[in-house]
Design a protein around this ligand. Structure first.
Ligand SMILES: [Zn+2]
Length: 417
């Protein structure tokens, strides 16, 4: 067993190295580098596990033109459910603090740099937990898979590619994201697309001869607000705020002296665990058809289910106990309004989001994480990897979306939408 100060030193060194490696996701913008976003980090992580090639297998997995995963397997994963640990390698851009974002600095016990808490703090802790187990010659009760995922920040192709192509048989899954080491058992799902209102252009000296798509969009925006209010009156959760529909971008019109023939709005629709994403999207599209405007919808940019793990599962209770012993007795199972990669396995196994750092620092200038919290995370992940979850995985206990436990006081009435 390493001393606390040894572990803290190691955490600081590893996290500094990871932060200094550029893994900025272009987020759909032009990408000029010749290798995948995650490649440099993957090469670095592969070297860390090189001394244990007789115990672990390493596999790079291409996810898209610019992104790849690294899958690290410890134990025989054939025919045996595995414990999945996932953290993502990519980060959001740092356009507004580019000069220092990739130069890690330690200040007041925190490491500052792009990705410090989202998501390299979790990534470093998961890597160190596995390395400590390998160094000690310990054997986890079930095989462990560490997925160092790509492209979480933009299209989530890393986790999707892993699930679709690796067909993992999962006993449980832990997703490292900044939760201040409180297990998040439920979070919202997300649907994103563009709504386009079509009009006809006419000279602005005779606007009555045209149909101004911008006016149509004001009606659409107002209708979306009404629809959101009705959804919020219908679906509630004790773990998070209600469903939301947010218009995030609008563009329309071509010149100053013509009515707009087209107006486009980007929509971000957040749903609760007891809402089916495909059905919710269809119902909203049908609702907008009642407006007297010609409306079309772009292909979906994103549609992810919500995370809906039953907090009463023995797995969740065991996790909570590990957190109580190693973090604080005040830690509780909770929900969040954001989405994570965990949603993509929520129908396959009990999945939980758990990691060091505070989400309020994620994506922000001078992103930071407390190094002591990352060191705590190493111990928490290690104990989970070594834990025998005796009775937590019977199929009957795995909750699938739309089948919430009565321990979750989500309420849903049959109000007609
Ligand atoms: Zn993240």
């Amino acid at each position: 067993m390493r001393s606390d100060s040894q572990r803290l030193t190691r955490v600081t060194e590893l996290l500094s190295s990871l932060v200094s490696l550029d893994s900025i996701n272009p987020m759909g913008r032009p990408y000029s580098r010749s290798q995948p976003v995650e490649r440099e980090s993957i090469e670095f992580i592969e070297k860390l596990f090189a001394p244990y090639r007789n115990k672990v297998s390493l596999q790079r997995q291409t996810c898209s033109a610019f992104h790849e995963n690294l899958i690290i397997c410890f134990g025989d994963t054939q025919g045996c459910p595995v414990g999945l640990f996932e953290s993502h390698i990519d980060t959001v851009p740092a356009d507004d603090w580019r000069d220092r974002a990739l130069v890690p600095v330690v200040e007041d016990g925190c490491l500052i740099g792009r990705g410090a808490c989202d998501d390299k703090g979790s990534l470093a802790a998961m890597i160190l937990a596995l390395l400590e187990i390998l160094e000690a010659g310990a054997e986890p009760p079930i095989p462990i898979v560490l997925l160092c995922a790509g492209d979480e920040e933009n299209a989530q192709t890393g986790i999707r590619h892993f699930v679709e192509n690796s067909h993992p048989d999962l006993a449980y899954a832990i997703f490292g994201e900044p939760t201040r080491l409180s297990p998040v058992v439920q979070h919202k799902g997300t649907i994103r697309w563009d709504i386009v209102v079509h009009g006809t252009s006419a000279h602005t000296c005779r606007p009555e001869l045209g149909t101004n798509a911008i006016l149509g969009m004001t009606e659409v925006v107002s209708a979306l607000q009404t629809y959101q209010n009705r959804l919020q009156a219908t679906y509630r959760s004790r773990y998070m705020t209600g469903p939301t529909i947010t218009v995030t971008m609008i563009e329309g019109g071509r010149t100053r002296n013509a009515t707009a023939d087209e107006c486009k709005a980007a929509i971000d629709f957040r749903i609760l665990p007891n809402m089916d994403p495909a059905r919710e999207f269809e119902t909203l599209v049908e609702y907008l058809e009642t407006l007297e405007w010609q409306i079309s919808h772009s292909p979906l940019q994103l549609m992810t289910p919500a995370l809906s793990t039953d907090p009463k599962l023995p797995f969740c209770q065991d996790l909570l106990e590990i957190c109580h012993e190693n973090v604080s007795s005040r830690v509780a199972l909770r929900g969040e309004p954001y989405g994570t990669d965990a949603a993509w396995v929520s129908n396959l196994c009990p999945a939980v989001v758990l990691g060091p750092g505070d989400i309020s620092f994620a994506h922000a200038i001078d992103e930071r994480v407390a190094l002591s919290e990352v060191a705590q995370a190493v111990e928490v992940y290690k104990q989970i990897m070594l834990h025998s979850f005796k009775s937590g995985f019977e199929e009957s206990q795995v909750v699938i979306p739309n089948n919430l436990s009565d321990s979750v006081s989500d309420t849903m009435n049959s109000a007609n939408l």
